[in-house]
Design a protein around this ligand. Structure first.
Ligand code: ZN
Length: 310
């Protein structure tokens, strides 16, 4: 248990460190919001981009399930330049959803979204007309330009926290939203984490489960047997739980290197998710960007960050 606690603490600290460049602190978030508020939407290239080619399909067409990634012929898929040329779909990353305590550090609060704040963030997405999409829809869009619903967004939840089941799941249900859950298997069934049965239920209800290692070690440091411990075994565990193939991976701390791509590909992953840093120019499908929806962010600040970051 000590090891796990230390690893998670490290996770929070490293996440805070690696994401400090992006607007996730209270002060930065506020200034970002101000900057966005004074920028006329018509001249904001990010806003223009988002409201341009992305919002194309009617919602009925987009409601049809996306093809499984494996069923898309390689010959039909765009090359890296083609993928990079398409507007990015906004992707949010959440961790804990609970009220802050006196023990929570300033940095940790980016990763801990108070319950009321979370509910108002999700309500804002619904009120603003956002439609959640599945990673398969994202994959089909990125690789072939397949149509998406208007104002698409992908909601992702990392690290297996119990509140993702008890708070996020019913909140998303309220709006007919689905999410993607990146599970770290060491924590399954531990106090404050989801059980295997909960993960299965999320999957059965139409959410997608992704692989997030065994105990959150940094992919950049893996050698030999680490790939078995951190990737092969936990992914097999998740496939046994859900009865479905696991196609997607999220890097712990959002950290990756190019050596990881062939390792992930040969294990059957079709895409991998990082955090806010720039995508790899040769392999954008293995460096899909997400932003952490900070606990400090009001719905308005979140909306501004979505527009600015993607
Ligand atoms: Zn994580």
């Amino acid at each position: 248990m000590k090891v796990i606690t230390a690893s998670l603490l490290l996770a929070a600290l490293s996440l805070a460190a690696c994401d400090s460049k992006t607007a996730t602190t209270g002060e930065t978030a506020t200034s970002t919001a101000t900057a966005a508020a004074i920028t006329p939407p018509a001249t904001d290239p990010a806003a223009a981009k988002t409201s341009g080619t992305l919002a194309t399909a009617n919602d009925e067409a987009a409601a049809t399930p996306a093809p499984a990634p494996g069923s898309i012929p390689a010959a039909k898929a765009s090359d890296a330049a083609g993928i990079l040329a398409r507007p990015q779909v906004p992707i949010l990353c959440y961790h804990q959803i609970r009220d802050w305590t006196a023990r929570d550090s300033k940095g940790a609060k980016d990763y801990i979204v108070p319950i009321a704040q979370f509910k108002s963030q999700i309500k804002m997405l619904a009120d603003s007309g956002y439609h959640t999409i599945s990673p398969d829809q994202l994959y089909a869009y990125m690789t072939t330009g397949a149509k998406l619903p208007s104002k698409p967004i992908l909601l992702t939840f990392d690290d297996t926290d119990l509140d993702q089941f008890t708070i996020a799941r019913p909140t998303l249900d309220q709006y007919g939203y689905k999410g993607m859950y990146f599970v770290m298997t060491v924590s399954l069934g531990r106090p404050h984490y989801m059980t295997k049965a909960m993960v299965k239920q999320l999957s059965d209800e139409g959410n997608i489960i992704g692989s997030h290692t065994w105990d959150h070690h940094n992919v950049k440091k893996y050698q030999g047997q680490d790939w078995v411990t951190q990737i092969d075994k936990p992914t097999k565990t998740l496939e046994d739980i859900t009865g479905k193939k696991i196609n997607y991976f999220a890097y712990p701390f959002g950290l990756w290197n190019t050596q990881a791509f062939p390792e992930l590909k040969k294990r059957g992953f079709v895409a991998a998710f990082s955090l806010a840093e720039k995508r790899d120019q040769q392999d954008p499908m293995f460096t899909i960007r997400r932003i952490i929806a900070s606990g400090y962010w009001s719905p308005k600040t979140l909306r501004n960050n979505i527009v600015q970051s993607f």
